[in-house]
Design a protein around this ligand. Structure first.
Ligand code: CA
Length: 228
């Protein structure tokens, strides 16, 4: 049974989420502050985290950053829960490593679908593509979900990892943003081009000098550099 950790201070929303998640076969844990959420995530890592943005104490963005930079929790997909007027924070959230976001008020049906898509993506892709990919200094091990640059492991979020994998599997192949969104999130997902650009920028930054393997193709999209 997949475990969901809810980090949210509003009791009504926790109850709504808990009810719908249990009904759909998920195991649910929750924390009403970021600090408690972090502690829970570290002591018993869940399969996925639903993280509210507006929390008392440490806010959701900082919690996300802490989760994503921690060895124990960095691989866990995070869906941010945001209010309608927090549009700016969505981009910031993606910058600090959140994998997806849902705007409140949300339909439980949509939320469950997104959650399932993210979980499916995380396991499916990791399991079906086991072959280790190498390009220049980059080594991608889909089975272990790890990326090394010159034998040094780097920490990527689930989304950054998928983006890198999708591109690196077909060097020289140009992917437009819509294809990338489809590949990493499933076809029914609506996300802005800007969000893909942000994820690519993060990925390049983390790859350091090897970031040049991800090339921008003007007016078209992105591609992974072909070996000369
Ligand atoms: Ca809140």
């Amino acid at each position: 049974m997949k475990q969901v950790l809810i980090i949210e201070d509003e009791k009504d929303i926790i109850e709504l989420l808990e009810f719908n998640l249990r009904k759909n076969g998920f195991e649910v844990k929750y924390a009403q502050s970021g600090e408690d959420g972090l502690r829970l995530a570290r002591t018993s890592p869940p399969d996925i985290i639903l993280l509210d943005l507006m929390l008392p104490g440490i806010n959701g963005l900082d919690i996300c950053k802490l989760l994503k930079t921690d060895q124990k929790t960095g691989h866990i997909p995070v869906i941010m829960l945001t209010a309608k007027d927090e549009e700016v924070d969505v981009v910031t959230g993606l910058e600090v490593g959140a994998d997806d976001y849902i705007t409140k008020p949300f339909s439980p049906k949509v939320l469950i679908a997104r959650l399932r898509a993210l979980l499916r993506r995380n396991t499916e892709k990791g399991e079906t593509v086991k072959k280790v990919l190498k390009a220049g200094p980059i080594t991608i091990d889909p089975g272990k979900h790890s990326v090394e640059i010159d034998n040094q492991q780097i920490q990527l979020t689930a989304t950054e990892f998928q983006l890198l994998l999708v591109l690196a599997k077909r060097p020289g192949w140009v992917f437009n943003r819509t294809q990338l969104v489809d590949d990493i999130r499933g076809e029914d997902h609506i996300i802005t081009d800007r969000a893909i650009d942000v994820q690519i920028a993060n990925l390049r930054k983390k790859l350091g000098d090897a970031g040049e393997f991800i090339q921008t193709v003007r007016g078209a999209g992105y591609r992974f550099r072909e070996n000369e």
